[in-house]
Ligand binder design. Sequence first.
Ligand SMILES: [Zn+2]
Length: 343
Amino acid sequence: MFYFALASEAAMSTVDDSASMSAPYVLEFTYQRSTGPIMGRFFSGLKRQVILGARTSSGEIIVPPSEYDPQTGEAIEELVKLAGTGAIKSWTWVNHAEESHPLDKAFAWALIQLDGADTAMIHAIDVDSMADIYTGMRVQVKWREDRIGEILDIECFVPETELQAELVSKPTLPSPSAALSESEAVDLLQAHSKLEYTVYAGQQLRLYLQALAQRRIIGTSCPACQKIYVPPRSSCPVCSADMADIIDVADTGTITSFCVVNIPFEASPFDPPYVAAAILLDGADIPIFHLIREVECKDVKMGMRVRAQWVEDEALAPTLSNIKWFSPTGEPDLPFEAIAEHL
Ligand SMILES: [Zn+2]
């Protein structure tokens, strides 16, 4: 199963017309991925406090294991147990831990070459300060108490000596060759990704958003090929010509292509089914993407004439969300030839 969600603030913020505009954005998606036979064994091993590496045909040991020999492309078949100790090859210090980081304090990301491995793996190093870490430093894996078969079953690495006493008192680890019970096998992985960032609008995007706040849709015109781009751009992607002229286009247009969304997802604007379409606004040469409402999905057609449905005046803001959706004007459909160059 795969689903995708994109969430963002509704509008860019601005201080005045000349000020820069910015908005926080969150790009977030989650999915289950199958692990395959090699990574599945690697993750299963982590659950049992065992780190497995791949032995290539030339005898190199790669960790984390890859499914294919990066040199020859041959399938990897043999996995070998590696020590939970190694040496730091390089590192970088993180002063402020983010929510998604494995530690909630300052720490280091490091490339760690485990004893017996020919490659290095990246993971977190828990030391108190930059003064306590150096390239070549010996480190030891620290396991999480509750392991589920993922890379964060390794909580972090710590300086080797700190765990010596604990290792001595630890019960013998299970053999890596011991058969896994069905509940231990890792064949699916929950892979959640979240990217939070701030978008800063350049001059053209700022003008576009400010125009939208006035119920206007603007584009720029290419002096070389005469094409009108919406949203506006500073240069023509075909001719590379500067496009300084701002052109107002209509809030009516023609559907050039569309899809019916039948699968619900987290940030879905409506309960499906609904239509998302490419709409060629009158006066523009490039379609924009928006939603189509007030018509049955089965009645939407390429060539259908539509008009923007705007929010009320008091809700206007510098955002394309000022247009709730497009709905049919009732005019006759345009023939395919009229939109064929704008698909
Ligand atoms: Zn051009």
